[in-house]
Design a protein around this ligand. Sequence first.
Ligand code: EPU
Length: 349
Amino acid sequence: MVKDQIIAIFTIMIDIHHKHPLKDLNSFSLDTRASSYAKPENLQALCEVLAYPDHKEMPLLVLGEGSNILFREDFDGLVLQPGMKGIEVVEEKGNELVVKVGASENWDSWVAHAIEKGWYGLENLSLIPGSVGSAPVQNIGAYGVELKDRFEWVEAWDLHEKQLVRLDHKACAFGYRSSIFKGEEKGRYIITHVAFRLNSKPDLQLDYGMVKKEFTKAKGSTPQDLRKVIIAIRSAKLPDPEQYGNAGSFFKNPLVDRTIFSCIRVEYPDVPFYPDAGNQMKIPAAWLIEKSGWKGKRIGNVGTWPSQPLVLVNYDGATGQEIYDFSQKILEDVDRIFGVILEREVNVI
Ligand code: EPU
């Protein structure tokens, strides 16, 4: 009786969906379901969702826009999408300003908005799919800029301490496609807002790969021009998830020991590489995959994208397990041929 009353009170205040379809909530368009789903738009609603009796013992999955996830099966638990919106300047000093953004804002719309307002620094991160709240989790990066370069702090609900906390740059321990949110503190925090340190004076980053060449070719001079060039480079190389289900880079670029790298180089003198801090070399996973014979390869409904084999594509109606099995075959071949074990960048459920 008492339990029923409690549930009745909760259901009036929050919107919880059972057996909720996830097809539109993951960029691979996988047809799976979550036992329970909610999108709280503020902290109070978030706490109510978490306190809902059925949710207390359930596994929890915090989802942004589902652009970096592979569902192999239904999720037997609560899928929670933070629904916090809003863009607010919280600090301004000279040319610098700090802007606080709600976790649920779309990443690329936020980048477009910032450039329009004259808040610069995120141009190279244009057109990356996903939400603002997910961006720090894997420290998104592209064309020579990473989120950490413009990051100020996050606000997050701490599930251990049951309180709202603010974590600064150091606390987040950012690395290449990594942070505490997917490392040692995985599952502890629900990010509600992210703050960025931007600049009203343009500081164009043109040093990565073909960016400068394309920028010059387009007679670019402004941050708006740089955004356009980045969008053109990405669109030419990467599949549009609206058309072909995908989650961007499926694997990380591996860091290998210099001695292993030297062995690879003896056999493949043309191996591309980027020296990393310490005793390691970063080798492009796309190159390893291409040399292993997987570029543009397709099995059934799953394939590698012909112009960027680091991206796995759901051509039509593949299951998460099929995509996973396909990725496993790539992983095994790269290991057999090069002795390098690739790590999946996507979150496998
Ligand atoms: N390469 C090949 N064959 C190919 C494509 C690329 O050998 O078909 C080699 C080339 O040597 C090339 C190198 O891979 O120079 C790097 O390729 P690219 O510049 O496309 O970058 P990437 O390392 O494959 C990374 C990020 C992308 C990001 C781009 C641009 C990772 C895992 N991926 O890809 O991020 O857009 O750099 O900065 O670090 C994502 O994370 O989802 C993502 C798309």
